[in-house]
Design a protein around this ligand. Structure first.
Ligand code: NBP
Length: 478
């Protein structure tokens, strides 16, 4: 009888196939399976020679091919398919076996599945994997959540396939239950904000500075040698430099300006609303994709609604540098918000997230990998209970130094009628966060007037209500 496989992967689309190949490349025997058998056959034909693979046609054969406790990575489409696979596997598994959902599942589903699997004695892990198909093959960032003892059974495999930065694997146990998928969700949310900020910079460089895609590509290439150095800035340079084979024009100029989305940004924004955490960067990025999708409406509105149109003649000398600084400052705000959200969720769910470790595992393998994350890791190393990254001297100074440029960019864009929702909302958040006394006193006054919602006073304890429509006197309510 052939030796049993150490781990199994079911779901052999791009991510699952590449993850299985990555694991096998470390000398680990892997059983592979896919709902549509032809894909398993194809996988074995294409990659079977690369490592110690066992191709299984049926779920029964797949389970039988695994050593115990069975470790099964599920890499199928997020949502109902994951439940379907768990349902199919459960009767075939024994107590203590481990199901690892490594897709982009929504964390409440992971919490539910963990409890459902536990009823059958099965250990369930929700694991975030980032890096796309190339990352899955060559080294992703891995965010494992779930039972720590179950994690110990796969830790060696996960850390061996993850990206490595400065000798440290981009994989660490995140926390129990849905913590891994939660952190992956916020990672994707931050990715939305990063991409939106890049798109706004590109828009300003195109329509206000009047530069073409090739010139802007070179600017991004240059930016990638400084503070902004990151995978997304690097690939922006490459995308802008690409010529369309059909027309000979820059490829970006022939791509329709409608952004797609798969929902993780929306999940992040909804979760932040529930937690009461201001998450303007990510949420505006989700809204901006929504607005981009209204292409027909925008076409009509562009012929109807009044407003300035940029002429692309702005003096470029200082503008390009101003945009770079505005991009950096807005990015700091987006990350500060995302990390504040993870902190709030950690407290709410009792996850005890190590935020410095999250920054550490995002330094390589994932889409938001960047130099900048070293600074965040250092910030949490020094101040583990930090309320907000903006309060760490490095970021306080970075934003203080960039803010004049940031304000000029927001003014210029506003005067010229260019939408910059992420740049401007990040600046508003910054100004709001540094305001000791804001205007919410009036909000409380209004709420008390129409709904008797009460208010607190600056000169004493307790809650108060004014009898607005009666004699105007104030009463203490508690
Ligand atoms: P897809 O998300 O496109 O899913 C395709 C796989 O799901 C195929 O193996 C398919 O089997 C299987 N599947 C479906 Br669809 N319905 C099923 C069902 N009811 N029962 C069993 N299997 C079913 O694959 P992917 O792009 O490789 O992504 C896999 C996971 O990784 C997703 O959760 C995704 O969000 C996540 N992820 C993707 C990326 C990326 O860059 N693509 C990055 C990070 C994470 P079939 O062959 O029989 O149809």
């Amino acid at each position: 009888m052939a030796e049993k496989s150490r781990i199994g992967v079911t779901g052999l689309a791009v991510m699952g196939a590449n993850l299985a190949r990555n694991i096998a490349s470390r000398g680990v025997p892997v059983a592979v399976h896919n709902r549509t058998t032809a894909k398993t056959t194809q996988f074995m034909q294409d990659y079977g020679h690369e490592g110690d693979f066992t191709g299984a046609e049926s779920t029964e054969d797949f389970v039988a091919a695994l050593e115990k406790p069975r470790r099964i990575i599920v890499m199928v489409k997020a949502g109902k398919p994951v439940d379907g696979v768990i349902e199919e596997l459960t009767p075939l598994l024994d107590e203590g076996d481990i199901i690892i959902d490594a897709g982009n599942s929504h964390f409440p589903d992971t919490v539910r599945r963990t409890a459902e699997c536990a009823e059958n004695g099965i250990r369930f892990m929700g694991v975030g994997v980032s890096g796309g198909e190339e990352g899955a093959l060559l080294g992703p960032s891995i965010m494992p959540g779930g039972d720590p003892e179950a994690y110990a059974e796969v830790e060696d495999v996960f850390t061996s396939i993850a990206a490595v930065v400065d000798g440290t694997p981009c994989c660490v146990h995140v926390g129990p239950g849905g913590a891994g998928h939660y952190v992956k969700m916020v990672h994707n949310g931050i990715e939305y904000a990063d991409i939106q900020l890049i798109a706004e910079a590109y828009d300003l460089l195109t329509r206000v500075a009047g530069l073409d895609a090739t010139a802007i590509g070179k600017i991004f290439e240059e930016w990638n040698t400084g503070d902004l150095e990151s995978f997304l800035i690097e690939i922006t340079g490459k995308v802008l430099a690409k010529t369309d084979e059909k027309t000979g024009r820059p490829l970006v100029d022939v791509i329709v300006d409608q952004a797609g989305q798969k929902g993780t940004g929306t999940w992040t924004a909804i979760d932040a609303l529930g937690l009461g955490i201001p998450l303007t960067g990510i949420t505006e990025a989700v809204f901006a994709r929504g607005l981009s999708a209204l292409r027909d409406e925008r076409k009509k509105a562009s012929a109807t609604l009044a407003g300035p149109s940029p002429e692309g003649k702005e003096d470029r000398t200082d503008l390009v540098e101003d945009i770079r600084q505005a991009l950096y400052a807005s990015k700091v705000v987006a990350y500060a918000q995302g990390f504040a959200q993870m902190r709030a969720a950690s407290i709410e769910n009792g996850w005890d997230l190590d935020l410095g470790a999250m920054a550490t595992i995002w330094r390589g393998g994932c889409i938001i990998r960047a130099q900048f994350l070293n600074r965040i890791r250092d910030a949490y190393a020094e101040h583990p209970d930090l309320d907000n990254l903006l309060m760490v001297p490095y970021f306080t100074e970075a934003v203080a130094n960039a803010q004049d440029a940031w304000r000029r960019v927001v003014v210029t864009a506003t005067e010229q009628g260019v939408a910059i929702p992420a740049f401007s909302s990040s600046l508003s958040y910054y100004d709001g966060y540094r305001t000791e006394r804001g205007p919410a006193n009036l909000i409380q006054g209004l709420r008390d007037f129409f709904g008797a919602h009460t208010y607190k006073r600056i000169d004493g304890e307790g809650s108060f209500h004014t009898r607005w429509s009666q004699d105007g006197t104030e009463v203490q309510t508690d």
